[in-house]
Write a protein that binds this ligand. Structure first.
Ligand code: NAD
Length: 433
């Protein structure tokens, strides 16, 4: 394939070297003439292990050339990959001037060539940037159907960038509507097993990954600081924590939905951050963990209250399925908050038998919801039939059972990732939420 790469920094130069290794012909484009002459002579414009050799070999086999002329690069290739910088402004906001500029240049060049072109953006851009900024700058090409635009975030790490490109941790292709692109070049170049999303989803994935990495570093450092203060070996603690690949380093707890609850997480989070505060150890990430849960809970209450109707049904009252433990359950909090605002509440939870509640569990429910028995129903369909809005916190019925009573005009709020609820005739709020 003939591919032009716009922006020969860390991402662009590595992409060029690795695609030439696979036999593609590369034209590198940059606004810095010095970078182009270095690149065109087969040397790397950046320091990165293995890259000099890849560029030297590309040059020797006639696959490498460079130019500062966007017209020439577009004319001689069918696919372009955009890797220009997206730096921060002094106020912390994203500066997309290089993206705007390169999109305008490419737009003019494709119009002049007047042939179909595939354009793959790899620069990191906030969700919505491809749809608003890129398509605005390239409106003439988009309107004439001359360009297919994909947004494919890059996940390589400097220092191991060549190895990361050859074996990416994740490959993502974003298209306008999330459907397969008409031209498969993005998959051919970046990996046939790439995940397919729409532009915004692909853009969001890049930020989600980097935010997650940043939070992991912050979390490990805070645990390390607190451990050190307490005379504990924090590195050993984190090493052992990482050995649990079922609950800790896994997809568990990683689905947006219910606020956390139960008899352990709220209590233990509260205890450790109180200890840190008392000891004078500043841990902003740990300290704000309860606050983020409260914000999530309040968002859920707000969403419920925004729906018409005063009758709310709750499917699953305990903090998770297959337990009758009501301590710290977010749904007890939801019921409590709505009862206080005069809502009528219907609840079904197959694991709940009030006569069998004992100890702290019973004390909690007597304190927070003394009239719980009056609100409990015998089946999920009874709850659905008697409610204007249904909160599905657990999968405690089959879709067929719910189908007998779900009706149009009714809302279901899915806090537990049960997308099949969307098949019933009610209106669905899912995916948080
Ligand atoms: N560096 C990384 O490890 C990394 C990893 C993943 C994603 N990213 C993202 O990839 C993008 C590029 O990052 P980078 O570190 O390679 O940036 P960089 O600053 O090293 O390189 C960007 C290059 O783009 C060139 N450029 C600017 N405008 C141009 C134009 N109109 N035409 C041609 N070239 C132009 C610049 O001269 C520069 O050489 C950024 O959005 C970054 O956030 C970077």
């Amino acid at each position: 394939m003939n591919v032009s790469i716009f922006g020969l920094g860390y991402v662009g130069a590595v992409t060029a070297g690795c695609l030439m290794e696979k036999g593609h012909r590369i034209i590198g484009v940059d606004v810095q003439a010095g970078k182009i002459s270095t690149f065109a002579s087969g040397q790397s414009p950046i320091v990165e292990p293995e890259l000099d050799q890849l560029l030297r070999e590309g040059k020797a086999s006639g696959l490498l050339s460079g130019t500062t002329d966007a017209m020439e690069a577009i004319r001689d290739t069918q696919v372009s990959i955009v890797c220009v910088g997206t730096p921060s402004q002094s106020n912390g906001r994203l500066n997309l001037d290089f993206v705007r500029h390169v999109a305008a240049q490419i737009n003019d060049a494709i119009l002049k060539k007047a042939e179909q072109h595939v354009l793959i953006f790899r620069s990191t851009m906030l969700p919505g940037s491809t749809r608003s900024i890129v398509t605005e700058m390239m409106a003439a090409c988009v309107d004439n159907g001359l360009v297919e635009i994909c947004y494919c975030p890059e996940f390589l790490r400097e220092g191991t960038a060549v190895a990361d490109f050859r074996s990416p941790s994740l490959a993502v292709v974003g298209t306008q509507n999330g459907n397969s692109p008409k031209d498969s070049s993005a998959f051919d170049l970046l990996g046939s097993d790439a995940e397919l999303l729409n532009w915004e989803g692909a853009e969001m994935i890049k930020y989600t990954c980097n935010y997650f990495h940043a939070i992991k570093v912050g979390f490990a450092n805070e645990i390390g600081r607190l451990s050190k203060h307490l005379g504990v070996d924090g590195a050993r603690v984190m090493d052992v924590v990482c050995r649990d690949t079922r609950l800790n380093i896994s997809r568990y707890y990683m689905r947006p939905g219910n606020p956390f609850g139960g008899s352990c997480l709220p209590k233990d989070v509260s205890a450790l951050s109180s200890l840190a505060r008392m000891e004078g150890v500043n841990l902003p990430l740990l300290e704000n963990t309860l606050a983020t849960n409260t914000a999530h809970f309040e968002a859920l209450i707000k969403l419920i209250m925004a729906k018409d109707g005063r009758r709310v049904g709750i499917l699953g009252l305990a903090f998770k399925a297959d337990t009758d433990d009501l301590r710290g359950s977010p749904m007890v909090g939801v019921a409590e908050a709505l009862l206080g605002r005069g809502y009528e509440i219907n609840i079904f939870d197959p694991s709940l038998n009030l006569s069998r509640l004992t100890g702290a569990n019973q004390t909690e429910i007597n304190r927070r919801m003394p009239h719980l028995a009056r609100l409990l129903r015998d089946s999920a369909s009874e709850v659905v039939a008697g409610s204007d809005t249904v909160i599905a916190a657990q999968k405690c019925a089959t879709i067929d059972e719910l189908a007998s009573s779900a009706r149009s005009g009714q809302w279901v709020i899915d806090v537990n990732g049960w997308p099949q609820l969307n098949q019933l005739p009610w209106s669905y709020e899912g995916s948080c939420w």
